[in-house]
Design a protein around this ligand. Structure first.
Ligand code: CDP
Ligand code: CDP
Length: 212
């Protein structure tokens, strides 16, 4: 049997990691998991139930109820993203979501996962690791366009502040902070449209595969 191909895609909010991860999954015929949706589901479950996001215990309880929320339209809102970024700092929450992600990464053919800590914590032995980034301004513009297309009211300066706050929290927490793994390939999409970013990601992964 051919060896499994695990591709880890990490990066900050709206860097294009989801776009790149989905395209890589299609290109290599692999299943894809957007792990941010797990943290968003915990956040939404907590918000609906009225639990306190400042309590690690409450956030851990919210992890039990995420099954029914996986397709909820509200998952994509900035409110949910902000709470997700807060509850994702709790080690107990990260631990509760670990097994599900590692099982997904361990499928026989392999898998593509995108998030913040895939290359560093979830799948440190991944075949190929990409760290996708872009300037905060470009990422805020993308997030604005995305939310407007969904009919959600947005204001660029607020979105930029929110992106900066989330970068700060995600990079400075002690549990699995957002950082480029030593063996991850950097993909800066600031100057790349979707098509160019995807083409570059495929090129990087193919070059990596040719080297192993
Ligand atoms: O799409 P966007 O990058 O805005 O957010 P996301 O990937 O859906 O993740 C929402 C929040 O979950 C992030 O701000 C992170 O704090 C957290 N997260 C994480 O801690 N670890 C992951 N593997 C994925 C997301
Ligand atoms: O997963 P992440 O939050 O990192 O980003 P995404 O969902 O892949 O991309 C955020 C938004 O930027 C989406 O609307 C993408 O279509 C768009 N995008 C872009 O305009 N140019 C790129 N090179 C990549 C993504």
């Amino acid at each position: 049997t051919p060896p499994s191909l695990v591709i880890a895609v990490d990066g900050p909010a709206a860097s294009g990691k989801g776009t790149v991860a989905r395209a890589l999954a299609a290109r290599f015929g692999l299943p894809h998991m957007d792990t941010g949706m797990l943290y968003r589901a915990v956040a939404l479950s907590l918000l609906r139930w009225g639990g306190d996001p400042d309590s690690e215990f409450a956030a851990l309880r919210a992890c039990d109820a995420i099954g029914s929320l996986i397709d909820d339209a509200e998952l994509r809102s900035e409110t949910v993203g902000g709470v997700a970024s807060r509850i994702s700092a709790y080690p107990a929450v990260r631990q509760a979501l670990l097994e599900r992600q590692q099982e997904f990464a361990g499928q026989p053919d392999g898998a593509v996962l995108d998030g913040r800590d895939i290359g560093t914590v979830i799948a440190p032995g991944a075949t190929a690791k990409l760290f996708v980034t872009a300037s905060p301004e470009v990422r805020a513009e993308r997030r604005v366009a995305e939310l407007q297309a969904r009919g959600m009211p947005v204001h660029y300066p607020d979105v930029l502040l929110d992106i900066r706050a989330r970068d700060e929290r995600d990079s400075h927490r002690s549990a699995a902070p957002l950082k480029q793994a030593a063996d991850a390939l950097l993909l800066d999409t600031s100057m790349l449209d979707r098509e160019a970013a995807v083409a570059e990601a495929i090129r990087l992964v193919e070059a990596r595969l040719a080297a192993v």
